[in-house]
Design a protein around this ligand. Structure first.
Ligand code: URA
Length: 239
């Protein structure tokens, strides 16, 4: 990331309005950079290391940030797509200046916990098979999920490409014509939950990720909403 950015760009990324509104704020002497009122909105500042205040309030610029999103169905977990809406497209304005990207994937129809960060090392660790971070899913399954399925998932199932999955913990919450389950995976293959159920002749009709590592999805987040993680939560994720 560039160290210096135009002051008006930094302020617009923090949601201080249009270029002309920001120009007015600066002209009125309301924007102070390192103790001096900024003269012009087009000056270059270092948002990471400078003390910038607007109307006396300090901008809280952080190098790395970690955002938990409750991804809704219909949104893809990518940074850019020519046709489809991405998780980055639906981020609130306040996060726009941080160059966030999703650490991990969820299918377009999967809901739940998506982590967005600009910390490449943490994203790498979350995705790395060596340091694998467990993921817990909640799902509705068309068909009766049985104790035999629990055992087969514990033994590993052979999915469509011939790969035998690692042992996974399946818990049946309710078994019926439509069953309700939770599943913990210790690896992350493409479409893995759906393919594991296909391997036992069943179909996932609803899927939601509810936990990554020691960090649970904040259930107060409506689909599409997000919030920044606390330092303690970032630690839970690494654990
Ligand atoms: N497994 C799937 O099948 N889909 C997801 O989105 C995540 C895990």
């Amino acid at each position: 990331m560039k160290r210096t950015q135009r002051l008006d760009k930094v302020l617009s990324n923090f949601g201080f309005g249009s270029r002309s509104e920001i120009k007015k704020l600066v002209k009125a002497g309301r924007v102070v950079v390192d103790g001096m009122a900024a003269k012009d909105a087009s000056v270059y500042v270092d948002p990471e290391n400078s003390n910038i205040t607007v109307n006396g309030k300090k901008l809280n610029y952080r190098k790395f940030i970690y955002v938990m999103m409750n991804k809704p169905a219909g949104i893809i977990s990518a940074t850019y797509d020519a046709k489809l809406k991405t998780a980055i497209d639906i981020l609130p304005e306040e996060f726009a200046c941080f160059d966030l990207f999703p650490a991990g994937r969820l299918d377009i129809d999967t809901e739940g916990m998506l982590l967005l960060t600009n910390d490449g090392q943490l994203a790498h660790d979350i995705l790395s098979p060596k340091k694998h971070v467990d993921k817990r899913y909640y799902a509705l399954i068309d068909g009766q999920v049985t104790d035999e399925d629990v055992q087969r998932f514990a033994d590993g199932v052979v999915i469509d490409d011939g790969y035998r999955t690692m042992p996974a913990e399946l818990s049946v919450i309710r078994s019926g014509l439509r069953s309700e389950i939770e599943l913990v995976l210790h690896e992350g293959k493409f479409h893995q939950v759906k393919r594991m159920f296909e391997a036992v002749g069943k179909k996932v009709v609803y899927l939601k990720r509810i936990q990554m590592g020691g960090l649970r999805l904040d259930e107060s987040l409506e689909p599409g909403e997000c919030r920044e993680l606390t330092a303690e939560e970032v630690e839970l994720l690494k654990r």
